[in-house]
Ligand binder design. Structure first.
Ligand code: B12
Length: 365
């Protein structure tokens, strides 16, 4: 990136140097994030930022600096893909704050009082538009689609800004305002998790951020446990797990929670459960239903093998399969001996309850 320097006055250069040094002094993390090449470009950007600010002041036109602040922020987000948007916002906003402080502490030979006021105001606006830009990203159609968009967007925005407490508050308030646990799970948390994967795939967020979103969402789920486990019991059992070397277990965990919430006893066995452990658990626990979840298509063959073994050894146990791996298949589940398939855990619980009612009617009649 070669940057034009409109203002070659030595006094601007001195300010640029001060701003640059002060930013490293105040933020020790910068040293790790910036190699020598980045440091050089950052210094050039400081000079460039000052040039734009002075151009805006010259014309008394704040839009010039506002537009520039948005442009430079997006440029840096694209150039520094190892850093998240909220961190780059911190870089820029620290820079604007420090520049404002240094300009205001300079003897007023550089800018008149009126010009200094304008510069200070434009820098403040730059901070505002940069803070807003963190969450101004294009989201997938599926994220927009369906009910409760506002809530999932607020939850996602909080996470993109690393605001864990705000994220929890968004969910707690939604709950207090009457949003059902099922809707929170399926319309908010599931869709945000899937979108976080899309944003990682599009290189808009880092893997660190995706992991952070996962861990906050796991802690949000734990917050529902008192309620989930306090429901009247139905004396029905479900065993659920993710199979193969599948580490994606949040979907099947939500499924177990939803069953538990509906009064079932859930035996949730987590991720990557091997076949022997599943067979042993079915024998010991004697579930009415088992649910196997697959996200990565590579583990579909293992799932098929497990389905066959369970059917062979325990023909009365009903088997459901689900998870995103089945989405892009030619209805693979129809070729296996399974009793149910769905992408929705809630549809599964409703179906399972109907089966129980049917069975009871048969018994009674
Ligand atoms: C979080 C996450 C992880 C976490 C998982 C942590 C955890 N504790 O679960 C970790 C970091 C471990 C991880 C690892 C990997 N991940 Co990952 N991950 C995700 C992410 C962002 C979210 C997963 C999630 O929780 N979704 C939300 C849940 C609630 O949705 P769900 O599972 O579909 O469940 C719902 C329904 O499907 C249904 N359901 C689920 N199971 C069942 C079962 C039955 C019987 C029924 C009826 C219904 C049902 O109910 C749920 C509630 O509605 C996804 C993005 C995405 N599209 O989901 C990527 C994603 C799945 N991961 C991906 C990849 C590539 C990986 C890695 C290979 C990355 C790597 N290079 O290491 C590894 C693979 C590890 C492995 N061996 O499994 C890709 C997969 C691409 C593909 N098609 O193969 C995705 C899609 C990201 C992307 N957009 O590219 N990941």
């Amino acid at each position: 990136m070669s940057l034009l320097m409109n203002y070659t006055d030595q006094r601007y250069v001195e300010i640029a140097q001060k701003v640059f040094q002060e930013q490293f002094k105040r933020d020790p993390k910068l040293e790790k994030e910036m190699d020598e090449r980045r440091k050089r470009l950052m210094y050039e950007d400081v000079v460039y930022n000052i040039s734009f600010l002075m151009t805006a002041v010259h014309f008394s036109d704040g839009k010039i600096f506002e537009g520039y602040a948005k442009w430079i922020y997006e440029l840096l987000c694209n150039l520094m893909k190892d850093l998240d948007r909220d961190r780059i916002m911190e870089h820029m906003n620290d820079h604007y704050r420090i520049l404002s402080e240094i300009l205001n502490s300079c003897p007023q030979t550089l800018l008149s009082e009126d010009e200094l006021k304008k510069a200070t105001n434009y820098l403040e606006i730059a901070r505002e538009v940069t803070a807003k830009a963190v969450t101004e990203i294009s989201l997938s159609f599926n994220f927009h689609d369906g009910e409760h968009y506002e809530i999932r967007k607020a939850y996602l925005d909080a996470l993109l800004k690393n605001q864990t407490r705000v994220a929890h508050t968004v969910i707690n308030e939604a709950k207090q305002q009457g949003l059902s646990l099922i809707d929170i799970y399926e319309e908010v948390l599931t869709k945000v998790m899937i979108e976080s994967g899309n944003l990682w795939h599009k290189n808009i967020i880092t893997i660190d951020k995706e992991h952070y979103i996962t861990s906050v969402t796991q802690s949000v789920l734990s917050g529902f446990y008192d309620e989930i486990f306090s429901k009247p019991r139905k004396n029905k059992r479900i065993l659920a797990c993710a199979v193969g070397s599948e580490l994606h277990e949040m979907g099947v965990r939500m499924l177990s929670d939803i069953f538990e919430y509906r009064g079932w006893d859930s035996y949730y066995m987590g991720a990557a459960l091997p076949e022997e452990s599943i067979l042993k658990a079915v024998k010991e626990y004697q579930p009415d239903f088992v649910a196997f979840s697959v996200t990565i298509p590579l583990y579909l063959p293992t799932c098929e093998k497990i389905v066959k073994s369970v059917k062979e050894k325990y023909p009365k146990v009903r088997i459901a399969v689900g998870g995103q791996a089945f989405r892009n298949t030619e209805k693979l589940w129809e070729k296996w001996e399974v009793d149910y398939y769905s992408l929705s855990a809630n549809d599964f619980v409703k179906w399972a309850e109907k089966q129980i009612i049917k069975k009871n009617i048969k018994k009674d009649g």
